[in-house]
Each structure stands twice: as structure tokens, then as C-alpha cells.
Design a protein around this ligand. Sequence first.
Ligand SMILES: *[C@@H]1O[C@H](CO)[C@@H](O)[C@H](O)[C@H]1NC(C)=O
Length: 376
Amino acid sequence: MAAAAAATPSSSSVRLVLLYLLGFCAAVSQAIDSCRESKLAVSDLVPFDTASFRCISAWKDEDFILRYKNTAPSEWSFILSAPDKGSFVAVGFSGKGLMVGSSAVVGWAPHGKGTVKQYYLGGKSQDEVSPNTGLLKLVKNKAVVVSHSDRLYLAFQILTDYPQPHLIYAVGPENDLPSSDGQLPVHRNMFSQRFNYTSGIAYKTTGALDGGFPRQRQHGLLSMMGWGVLLPIGMITARYFRQLDPWWFYGHMAIQATAYVLGLAAVVLGFRINSAGIKNVDIHKALGIGILVMSTLQVMAILARPDKTSKVRRFWNWYHHNIGRAAILLAIGNVFLGLSIAQEVNAYIVSYGVFAAVWVLAVAAFEVKRCYADDD
Ligand SMILES: *[C@@H]1O[C@H](CO)[C@@H](O)[C@H](O)[C@H]1NC(C)=O
């Protein structure tokens, strides 16, 4: 009897521990969703058949899981699953991986009451992202957001032959839901990837496309400064400031050398940008290589410069001046082409446009002045 009495409290504490463990496991397993689950936890709550969807661990940092299927001709169905931290979750579709210009499906669920809205991301500021806009053809009454075991499930269907190749994910600040009119708080984190829906392979888009300083912008600014601004200024120095001998020469050398170094860095960066499937990018690349080749020839020509008194000096001058002019004209054109490819904000296009216009006017004025000076 004494033995049995002693066993009772210990076995009950074992039971208690086991219960705790079981409860803990249940709590943990409930908050977890993974592509290994054979059946979607909320399949009963989603207004379309979710059987045999493909599943990818889309964004590991934020534990976003994306399930999708081409459920009918021109109909694609998606279910995004993410931890429910009192924030909105979003998945956007974009042709080029840029947040601006993409359309996103956004969902949130305070106290289990879900809201799904589509947004067009017209710009980076909050007032350029308005609810119930966007270019996705969402199937009516098939978009829901369900909160289940600490996860949000955002389910929707879109009508398209093939969804756009870049997926952009975003998550809002914790415990800060969109206002009742649907205005979103600024996202806490975002991520974009190029995605092949056929193979199920996601490619990380290098450089976040929002915030920070993405490689595209670095490439753009370096090209603009090097090829687009310094090169034309260096030409003005050499052509119109000859009276400041020998300073025009040192100025010209220093400016063009800086332009060349910046431009070379821009070309190197440019080749590291993922440009698959972007319109006009081949022309942009070809022009960029052409400008680099011409500039390299110019640098080499300096080394092979014949003496001022030499007879071939006139030919050398003709060659150096004309290759230089051609490179500058191509560079200015290519900066504009690059800005249009990047769908860059107007401020950049206008700023560079103003520079190019001032440069053209200055060159015209200097040329007129030169003509008169020659006549004297
Ligand atoms: C996507 O993957 C499929 C199958 O692997 C392949 O045939 C197709 O070319 C890929 N598409 C792109 C745009 O890479």
C-alpha cells in the first residue's frame, strides 16, 4: 500500500508533464504550415477546390508559403499562407519585379474577420497605393482571407493565361492594420522573386527593389554621372576652353578619366542585373558596350597621340573628336533608354532632360561664338 500511495503523485505529475508536452506540440504544430502537409488546413473555408496545388516555400524570412494551380484555362488560383501577427500580408504580380506598377492582392483579418482588396502600386508614397484598384482580373467572390491557428491564408483566383513572372511579397507592421478605408500602413518588409510557374522554380531577384539602394539604381546613377553628364562636360572643356592653356587639357583628362571609371563600374554592374525578358534591354546593352568600346579607344588614342607638329596629327584630331562626339550622343540616348526601361520616376527623367537640354544649348552657343571668333 505504501508503495502504491507513493506512486500516485509521481504518475500524476508524469501525466501532467505529458499533457503539457502534448499541448505544446499541438500549439507549435498548429502555427506551422509547410509544403509537406498533404491537405490545406483551411481547405473547407476556401471557396474553390484546393486539391493538388503546387507549393513553394516562397519567402523563408517571413515564413510565406505559396500554393498555386492553373485550375482552368486562363484561371490561376493562389493561396498565400503566412504567420498572423496582426499585420496585412500581400502578394503582387509584376512584369519586371518592380513594386511600382505592380498590382497586389492584400489581406488582413482582425479578430478573424477577413478583408481582401486589390491595390495598384502607382508609386512609393502611401497615397499612390489606393484600394480597389489594380490590373489583376480577380474572380468575383473567390477571394478570401482566413485566420487559422495563428496563420493567415489569403486565397484568390485570377483570370490570365499566365501570371506575370515576378512575385512581390510584403508584410505590414505588426499589430497595425490598414484603416477602415483600406489605406495601408507602410510595409515592414518586402521581398521579390522571379518565378517560373511551369517549373516551380523561384529565382531571387538581386537587390531589393524598394528601399535600400538596388543594383538597378546604382547602375543607373553611375551611368548617368559617368557617361551621361561628365563625358559631355569633358568635351565642352576641351573644345571651348582652349584659351585656358594648359588647364583645358588637364581638366579634360581628369573629367574624362573620372567619367570612364564611373562608366566602367556602371557597365560591370549592368551585367549583373537580371534582365531576362525585359523589353529593349538588348539595344540598351549593345549601346552600352558600344560606348564603352569607343571610350576605351579614346583612352588608348591618348597614349598614341602624335606630336603637334606631326602630319598625322590632323587625322588623329579628326578621329578623336568624332569618336568622342559619337560616344556622347549615344551615351545621352542610352541614358534616356535606360530610364525608360527602368520605368524610373519622372524626377530622374526630368532632371536628366534638363541637363541634356542645357548641354545642347551651351554647345550651340559656344559653336556660334566660335564661328564669329573665326570670322574676326
Ligand atoms: C519555365 O520552365 C519550363 C519547364 O522547365 C521551361 O520550359 C520554360 O522555358 C521556363 N520558362 C522561362 C521563362 O524560363
